[in-house]
Design a binder for this molecule. Structure first.
Ligand code: F6R
Length: 365
C-alpha cells in the first residue's frame, strides 16, 4: 500500500524518521546514554583484532561508512570489500576476527557466498539484515536487525539509513568495550545519534526545493558527486541512486581524488553535487569544490548554514540542512541525496519503483 504517495520509494523515503527511530531504540539506551546490543545478540568487541565487512551495492556503501566509524570511535581495523570480489579473492582471515554482512533482503547471492567463506574459515558471523527470517540471518551467529519494515521500491532507501543507524550504534558500543570512548564521549555520541529522527524530519522539508532543481539536473548527461570521509561513500550512493533511477550517468568520487583524473571532465554541462557539512574536513572539500568552480563547473552544494556561508559561492544551487553533530551527517544527508535521484527520475518519467533491468533481491551471481 503506497498510502498517499505516488511511489513506494517516496513512501519509504518519508518513513525514515520513524524507522530510524525504531531501529535506534533497539541499540541505544537513552536513559543511561549508552549503546546497547539488541535482544538476543551477544558479541564482545574488546578482543577483536579486525572487523571484516562485505555487502553489495547500497548495503556496501553503508559498510564503507561503518568502516570510518569503527576505526574512528573504536580503533578497530576494518577490511571491507564488495561481496562479488570478496567471495573469490581468498582474503587471509584468522580467528579473533568478526565478519559482518549487511543486506536488506538477506538473500543476496554474493553476500551469502562471502558469509559461507568466512564460516568455513572459522570466523564469528554477524549479519545486519532487514528480513529476520532470511537465509543470511539464519546462517549468522549474531543478528543485528534493522527495523525498517518491508522495503518494496527496488532502490534501497530506508534500509540504508537504518543500516547506518545500526553501524553507528555498534561502533559506539565497540568504542566503549575497547576502552577508546569515555563515558562522557559515549553519552555525547549517543545523544547525537538519538537526534537522527528529528533531523531526518528537517531534511524531508527540503523536498519542494529539490523537486524544483530536478528539471535542470535532468538535462545533464553526466553528473559527479563529491564527498570526503563518511560523506565519500554517500557520494558513491548518490551516483548509484541517480544512475539506477534516472539512467543518467553519474560517478561518485572522493573529493581529494578529483585532481587525479576526473577534473578533466569538468565543464558547465556536468553538474557537480558536493556533499559538505561544516565538519572537521569541510575546508578540504571546499578547496576541491573551488577547483571545480574555477574551471566553470556548475555546483550544487549540500551543506549547512555555516558551510554555505564559508563556501564563497552564491546562494544559488545550495541545499542547506541544519547544523548537526558529525556522526549524524551521513544518515541525514542521505535524505536529500535520495530525493535528488527520486525527483530527477520522476521528472524524466522513468519507473522509479521498478527501474529497468533491476531486481529487488539478487539471488543469482
Ligand atoms: C540500490 C540497491 C542495491 C542493493 C544491493 C544489495 O539502490 O538497492 O544496490 O543495495 O542489491 O541488496 P541487499 O541489501 O538486499 O543485499
Amino acid at each position: 500500500d503506497k498510502g498517499n504517495y505516488r511511489h513506494y520509494m517516496a513512501k519509504e523515503i518519508h518513513e525514515q524518521p520513524e524507522v530510524i527511530g525504531h531501529t535506534l531504540s533497539r541499540y541505544l539506551d537513552l536513559g543511561a546514554k549508552k549503546a546497547k546490543l539488541p535482544d538476543g545478540a551477544a558479541i564482545d568487541f574488546s578482543k577483536l583484532t579486525r572487523l571484516v565487512i562485505s555487502a553489495c551495492g547500497t548495503a556496501f556503501y553503508a559498510g564503507l561508512i561503518g568502516k570510518y566509524w569503527f576505526e574512528r570511535y573504536a580503533r578497530l581495523p576494518v577490511e571491507i570489500d564488495i561481496a562479488s570480489e570478496f567471495r573469490y579473492r581468498e582474503l587471509p582471515v584468522s580467528e579473533g576476527e568478526l565478519a559482518l554482512f549487511i543486506s536488506q533482503s538477506g538473500e543476496t547471492a554474493d553476500t551469502l557466498a562471502s558469509l559461507r567463506y568466512c564460516r568455513q574459515h572459522g570466523l564469528t558471523i554477524g549479519a545486519v539484515v532487514n528480513v529476520p527470517e532470511s537465509t543470511i540471518a539464519r546462517e549468522a551467529d549474531v543478528v543485528f536487525p534493522t527495523i525498517a519494515g518491508p522495503e518494496i521500491g527496488v532502490a534501497s532507501t530506508k534500509a540504508f539509513t537504518c543500516q547506518l543507524a545500526v553501524l553507528a550504534s555498534l561502533a559506539i558500543l565497540a568504542g566503549r568495550q575497547r576502552g577508546h570512548l569515555s563515558d562522557a564521549q559515549e553519552a555525547e555520541l549517543v545523544g547525537a545519534l538519538a537526534e537522527a529522527p528529528g533531523r531526518a524530519v528537517q531534511a524531508l522539508k527540503l523536498e519542494a526545493q529539490i523537486e524544483r532543481l530536478a528539471p535542470s539536473l535532468a538535462r545533464a548527461k553526466d553528473l559527479l558527486y563529491l564527498g570526503r570521509s563518511t560523506n565519500y561513500p554517500l557520494a558513491l550512493e548518490g551516483a548509484l541512486k541517480l544512475k539506477e533511477l534516472s539512467y543518467i550517468h553519474a560517478e561518485g568520487y572522493a573529493a581529494g581524488e578529483l585532481k587525479h583524473g576526473p577534473i578533466a571532465l569538468i565543464e558547465e554541462n556536468i553538474p557537480v553535487i558536493v556533499i559538505a557539512p561544516h565538519d572537521s574536513i569541510y575546508e578540504k572539500t571546499v578547496s576541491n569544490m573551488q577547483e571545480v568552480a574555477a574551471r566553470g563547473g556548475r555546483i550544487l552544494l549540500v551543506t549547512d548554514d555555516k558551510g554555505g556561508e564559508a563556501s564563497g559561492l552564491g546562494h544559488k544551487d545550495r541545499i542547506v540542512l541544519p547544523e548537526m553533530p558529525e556522526i549524524l551527517s551521513p544518515i541525514v544527508y542521505a535524505i536529500p541525496i535520495q530525493l535528488i535521484a527520486y525527483h530527477t527520475a520522476v521528472f524524466m518519467g522513468t519507473d522509479v519503483d521498478q527501474p529497468r533491468n533491476l531486481a529487488k533481491s539478487v539471488t543469482v551471481e
